[in-house]
Structure formats: C-alpha cells, structure tokens
Design a protein around this ligand. Structure first.
Ligand code: ADP
Ligand code: MG
Length: 430
C-alpha cells in the first residue's frame, strides 16, 4: 500500500501536466495560424478589424482551455485561460481586455460553484492590471515584456493560492499550485516570446521588400527618362502648334503656359531623381540644426504663403549634426512641402527640434492637413507612390528616407486621415 500512493500521485500529476501542456499547444498553434494566415496573408482585413479578430482568437483559446481543465475542487478549476486574457489584452488594448474578460467570466458560469465568483474577482483584478499595462507594454523591450507577463501570471497564481488558503482554508494540493504556477508562467513566457519573434520576422520581411524596390530604382535610371519623356512630348506638341501664325492670343497663352508647366514637371522629376541616384559624395561637415532649418524655412515661405499655411517654429539652439547641408535642406523642404500640399485651404504647420536623452536630436514636422489612411501610410517612401496625380512625382519621401538613413538617422511618420500628419526625424548629435 505504501508504494502505491506515491505512484498514483505521480500519474495524477502527469495527467494534470498533460492537460496544461495540451492547453499551451492549442494556444501556440492557434496563435501561429492567426499570425500566419490573418496578419501576414490578409493584412488589410487585419488592419481594419484587428481588435475583433484578437477577441475571436482569444475567445476560442479561452473556451478550449476551459474544455480541457484540471478540476481541483468544486470551486477551483485550473487551466491556462489566463494566457489569452493577458496576452490578448496587452497586445489588443483595453477594449479587447474588457471583451475577453466578459468571455472568461461568462464561460465559467456553467461549471457552477463559488468558483464563478472567485473567477470573476480574480479575472477582474488581472483585467484591470492588464488595461493599466497595455498602454506602455508595446513600447517595452523584449526582456521587459517577458518579465511583465510572467509577473502578471505569478500574481494570479498567488492570488488564487491566497484565496484558497484564507477564504476556503484549503491548503491541500500545494504541490499542484506550484506546478500550476510554473506551467502558467512558463506558458505565457513561451507564447509572448513566440508572438514577438513572429512580429519581428514580419517587420524584417517588409523592410526587405522595401529595400528591394529601392535597389531596383537606383539600377533603372531608364525609368526616369521614360517619366520625363511624357512632359517633353507634350511641350513639343504645343510648341509645334505655336508655329501656326493664325492662332489667337488666348490660345497662344494657353499653349505657352502648358508648355512651361510641363517643363517644370520634367525638371522636378529629374531633380528628385538625381538627388536619389547621385553617387555618394561624402562632403559631410558639422551643421547647425537650427540654422539649417531656418534657411530651409526661408526658401519655402513664399510657397506656404501662397496656400495660406502658417508656419510655427520652436527650435532649440546649439545642436550640431554631421552631414551635407544641401541634402539636409532637401529633406526638410520635401517634408514641409508635403505638409503644405496636404493643406490646400490653409492651416498650421509646426516644426520643432529638441535634444533627446541619448545624444540624439529629434526634429518634428506636424501639419493639420488631409492625413493618410493606414494603407497610404504603409506605402509612403516607396518610389513613385503619390496621391497627387499630375502634380506629384512620388520621389520626395524616398529621397528623405535615403538621406536620413545615410546620416545615421531614422524617419517616423504618424498620420490620421483628415486630422494631420507628424514626421519625426531622429539624428545623432555630434
Ligand atoms: P509627392 O509629394 O510627389 O506625391 P512624396 O514622396 O513627397 O511624393 O509623397 C508621397 C505621398 O505621401 C504623397 O503623394 C501623399 O499622398 C503622401 N504624403 C506625404 N506627406 C504627406 C502629408 N504631410 N500629409 C498627407 N499625405 C502626405
Ligand atoms: Mg512631395
């Protein structure tokens, strides 16, 4: 008899562990399918309905976990349902958290017992904690994300343990609680790590596609000659017609203006492109951020006035970076020009530069213009992407990206349709 008892206990522990592992495998599998099929293959669907889709995924995972659960006592059942609640909430935000909470609370009802309320209380506590953390979670580095989720799941285990010990005076199955705590925190660690790796892969994939396209552009200078040929052909046609002495003054003027416009267009294309394709001439020197921005502003002021755009500046003095002043001007001009063009009926454009903590300068350019949809935002900087039809070349932002990259900096764009756009350039200080 004495030998049978421990053996039984072991088998039981194994069973319990199997159930928890089954929970974990299901969560990992469905998360993988979700990332692989929905996030990467149907990005438009995901962008539009991200929150609902995360709730559906989390809901399925919760229901699965609760169908394969370890019954501890009538009041306590154990499974990994906490993982979708926490992970879904942290990545999806407060609305997702609340929806998942409703699902997890409702799904416990059929099991009955005091557990309905215990689960309600515990999950509510965790949901509030998750909502509190969700704002900052996405900007955490990987290690901090991992220890945050582990800390949340350990607090949950301690919460249940304390409840069992105090309210129910039940200190049995301590060994199981330990196992549960380990499975839960190990599980949530693996799931979060897995999600992070998949997201990183996807970002990398996007970056590779983008740089591929840029490569193509620098090789195919021929495409520019094609772009330029159209305006030249049009100009030639109008000049030809001007030869006719019988045309009236009004028509003459119209032909002349069109010819000039078309030549301007050809010039813009060549200028934008040459800036991009020009071989690297390294004439970097120390340039003062405030002074150079002010010079660029002087150049663009007439254009801004023409569209009744009011430029406000808030520039910190005394910051120097390494680079070519002309190229730096070009970046600032291209971004401001886009901002002005986004506000054809006037508006405010704010440009500011600040020193950041890590010996970098951040330059922000913010407009209150037409903004961009997420789809447009994803394309900005790709060669020839323009929403301005005849008036745009779709090369401006590509040039900006290339120059800033060469200077060792980064460009970030945030935009809301019909609200405005904010560009943030970060560059290392000298
Ligand atoms: P272009 O200005 O010739 O169209 P760019 O590369 O400068 O080319 O910009 C590409 C596209 O990005 C623009 O056509 C526009 O749709 C979008 N865009 C850029 N900046 C802004 C902005 N400040 N507000 C709204 N849309 C913008
Ligand atoms: Mg532009």
């Amino acid at each position: 008899m004495e030998q049978v008892a421990p053996c039984r206990l072991e088998i039981k522990t194994m069973d319990q562990l199997t159930i928890l592992v089954l929970n974990l495998i299901f969560i990992l599998f469905t998360t993988f399918v979700f990332q692989y099929i929905i996030v990467s293959k149907l990005p438009n669907l995901y962008r539009k309905h991200a929150k609902i889709l995360i709730v559906i995924l989390g809901g399925i995972q919760i229901l699965f976990c609760m169908s394969f659960t370890v019954i501890g006592s009538p009041d306590f059942i154990f499974d990994l349902r906490l993982i979708p609640v926490v992970v879904g909430g942290l990545y999806g935000g407060p609305v997702v958290s609340i929806m998942l909470f409703i699902i997890v609370a409702a799904a416990r009802v059929p099991f009955g017992g005091n557990g309905v309320w215990i689960n309600f209380f515990n999950m509510l506590t965790i949901t509030i904690l998750t909502i509190y953390l969700s704002g900052k979670f996405k900007s955490f580095p990987l290690s901090r994300k991992l220890y945050t989720v582990v800390a949340v799941s350990l607090s949950y285990t301690v919460l249940i343990f304390l409840m069992k010990a105090t309210v129910f005076d039940d200190l049995s199955k301590f060994q199981f609680m330990l196992l549960y705590g380990m499975a839960l925190s190990g599980g949530i660690f693996i799931v979060t790590y897995f999600i992070e790796i998949m997201m990183q892969n996807q970002l990398l994939h996007k970056a590779v596609i983008k740089s591929d396209k840029i490569e193509v552009v620098s090789q195919l200078a021929a495409s520019v000659s094609h772009e330029v040929r159209n305006p030249l052909t049009v100009t030639r046609g109008f000049l030809q017609m001007l030869k006719d002495p019988s045309i009236d003054e009004k028509k003459r003027l119209y032909y002349l203006n069109t010819a000039i416009d078309e030549l301007d267009r050809a010039e813009t294309i060549i200028k934008d492109y040459l800036n991009f394709a020009k071989p690297q001439t390294n004439l970097a020197s120390s340039i003062c951020v405030k002074e150079e921005i002010e010079k660029a502003l002087e150049l663009i002021l007439p254009y801004a006035n023409h569209f009744s755009v009011n430029i406000k500046k808030d520039l910190m003095a005394g910051m120097n970076i390494s680079g070519e002043a002309v190229k730096f001007h070009q970046c600032i001009l291209n971004i401001i020009k886009n901002g002005i063009e986004a506000m054809p009926n006037g508006g405010d454009l704010v440009i500011s530069c600040r020193e950041m903590a890590n010996n970098h300068v951040s330059i922000t350019i913010e407009d209150t213009g037409c903004g961009m949809s997420p789809q447009q935002l994803a394309k900005i900087g790709e060669p020839y992407f323009s929403t301005k039809a005849e008036k745009g070349t779709g090369l401006g932002m590509m040039v900006v990206n290339k120059i800033i990259q060469e200077m060792g900096g980064t460009v970030e764009v945030k935009s809301k349709l019909n609200k405005g756009t904010k560009f943030k350039i970060t560059l290392p200080l000298l």
